[in-house]
Design a protein around this ligand. Sequence first.
Ligand code: AMP
Length: 193
Amino acid sequence: MGAEADKRCIVFLGPPGSGKGTQAEILAAEMEIPTISTGEMLRAAVSAGSELGERVEAVMASGALVDDDLMAEVVQARLEHDDTDGGFFLDGYPRTEIQAAHLDRILGEVGGRLGGVLFVTVPEEELVRRALARGRGDDRSEVIHERLRVYREQTAPLVAHYDSRGLLHRVAGHQAIEEVTDEIRRIVGALAA
Ligand code: AMP
């Protein structure tokens, strides 16, 4: 490994409940790089009662997506921190075609690059089962279905988008956590080569 920083971004893409956040955190700890989770950042803002939190709370509770321009501001501000200079994972962003374009612009502005996109797939009935078992505050049944609908409509098109750019790597998420981690570790290792 050279001394020069490589601000490489690896995106974890997948439906809510696919386990992508868990996987990103396991691998990030191993690789000693940060995982930036927009959902976590927004939940922290809501808990802290910040201005951002007040702006996003109702939208989050409904299962809908926060405004693309607001998300771009949040993500750009975070990626300007130098803890991302040695590479980082992005979990939960981008989630719309517009956000994908924003991410390209932001990476250009902060001196980063998109190294790859890991698409974690899980059958929908398993997603619903997992979400109900997890039982977080915003995980009431109708919100779960709304989140899945929003995913299908707004986020799923990113699979074809990144596939056409040669950046997409599919991961079977419906296996034991360790097996999914092994698969992702192999893909990330091959990306670095
Ligand atoms: P998550 O934990 O990633 O499922 O995110 C929880 C909620 O935060 C989502 O349902 C959205 O309301 C909001 N959120 C997180 N990331 C984004 C994003 N990239 N764009 C818009 N809304 C987001």
